[in-house]
Design a protein. Structure first.
Length: 409
């Protein structure tokens, strides 16, 4: 899918540029396209280089938390919930632990740790699957929760915002928490409806009720504040929560007798390596987007959507962040490049820049998740997994828009 998207950017750009040249006498468009290719490739390298220190910092901190036992702590906390949501999985089955550890790693933003754990969970669930070529109910629920992006610590988004000059890189933290909760809840409700899962179980109600009260409390508190005060207090709360988490990671490492300094160094090395690794991917996607924009194709697309919004008397500032939302179900790297392009073009602290970040943090690459996890166990028929995953994505995008207008509009 990513290959199709990448090729599409270039071919559509060539088609639009050719029309401009042949029918409107505008040969300058090709010069603009070539300039965009060189500029974007240089920009991609500079972004990656600037990210090295920031990623080293945050991945170092996350490694301290990992070795300090926070994944194990989250696993113990979430196991009772998943044993109720997946009654067909025995309480002592290894699939349960692998699933909860995968989701715990995702919640903490440990993507490298989450993927192998997710594949392991799918393999364990496959041992319980009566139809090996068709996704089981437990596998579908696990996939939809993964594709709805349960994110508590969106490290990479903070890093990109800091690199691109955001005055307060973490000011999207509370909006992301709200949007990702709504996305995950929508996915869970969709699967529960399709699979007749009993959400009235007292343990399930306790978990969902507690989370809903927490999110509802945030909504209620911030809705009573004037916008400027809401921004200031949400930024303060973000800072307090994030640094408290850092302190808790360190305390956990001390309690576990873990060498926190060495753990940080190991994670920081991975962060530096990650920054180097993403250079080719950023170059590929940012150049393709730059070509698409320079040809005028991006302007035609966004102009059409903006005209539709104007016709419906809707505020059209969300339009510039839509490319991130549209590409996210298909490609994480493509959506990340769109988010970066939006922040570079309009500013990290622009409305569209912040909205793109919230969308990026509240939804996941549904088709990628399904392709990797189902492919790993040879499942060919996904049943209602795609529909439920896309519904969760849609809920996350809509929630992101409402939250962005609420906080930053």
């Amino acid at each position: 899918m990513l290959n199709i998207i990448w090729i599409g950017f270039f071919l559509v750009a060539f088609l639009i540029a050719s029309i401009k040249w042949l029918f409107f006498g505008d040969p300058q468009v090709f010069a603009d396209i070539m300039a965009a290719m060189f500029t974007q490739s240089k920009s991609a390298f500079e972004i990656s280089l600037g990210l090295a220190g920031i990623l080293a910092l945050w991945l170092g901190i996350m490694r301290v938390g990992e070795r300090g036992g926070f994944i194990l702590l989250l696993t113990r906390g979430l196991t009772p919930l998943f044993s109720r949501l997946m009654p067909e999985v025995p309480s002592n089955h290894p699939a349960l632990g692998a699933m909860v550890m995968n989701i715990s790693a995702n919640m903490l933003g440990l993507d490298n740790a989450a993927t192998p754990l997710g594949i392991k969970a799918m393999q364990e669930l496959q041992t319980l699957n009566p139809k090996p070529d068709t996704a089981s109910s437990a596998q579908i629920l696990f996939l939809v929760i993964n594709s709805s992006s349960v994110t508590l610590f969106p490290v990479t988004i903070f890093s990109y915002r800091a690199q691109l000059g955001a005055l307060n890189p973490t000011d999207v933290f509370i909006p992301i928490l709200i949007a990702t909760y709504i996305s995950t809840l929508a996915g869970l409700l969709a699967v529960a409806y399709a699979q007749k899962i009993n959400l009235l179980d007292k343990v399930v109600l306790a978990y969902l009720g507690g989370l809903t009260l927490m999110v509802g409390g945030l909504l209620g508190y911030f809705s009573a504040l004037p916008q400027q005060e809401m921004l200031e207090q949400s930024a303060t709360l973000s800072h307090v929560l994030l640094f408290s988490l850092v302190a808790a990671f360190i305390v956990g490492a001390v309690y576990k007798n873990v060498n926190a300094y060495e753990a940080f160094i190991d994670g920081a090395k991975d962060g530096f390596q990650t920054a180097v690794t993403i250079v080719p991917y950023l170059v590929a996607m940012l150049v393709a987007i730059g070509v698409f924009r320079a040809s005028g194709a991006f302007g035609l697309l966004s102009g059409g959507i903006r005209a539709l919004a104007d016709g419906l008397a809707i505020d059209n500032r969300f339009v510039d962040a839509l490319p991130t939302a549209l590409i996210k179900p298909f490609s994480g790297s493509g959506a990340r490049a769109m988010m970066l392009d939006t922040m570079k073009t309009l500013g990290a602290d622009s409305f569209a820049g912040r909205l793109a970040c919230i969308v990026q943090g509240s939804t996941e690459t549904t088709f990628y998740v399904l392709a990797v996890y189902l492919g790993a166990v040879g499942v060919r028929y996904s049943r209602h997994a795609v529909a439920c995953g896309l519904l969760a994505d849609g809920a996350g995008v809509v929630a992101s828009m409402f939250v962005a207008y609420w906080f930053f509009g």
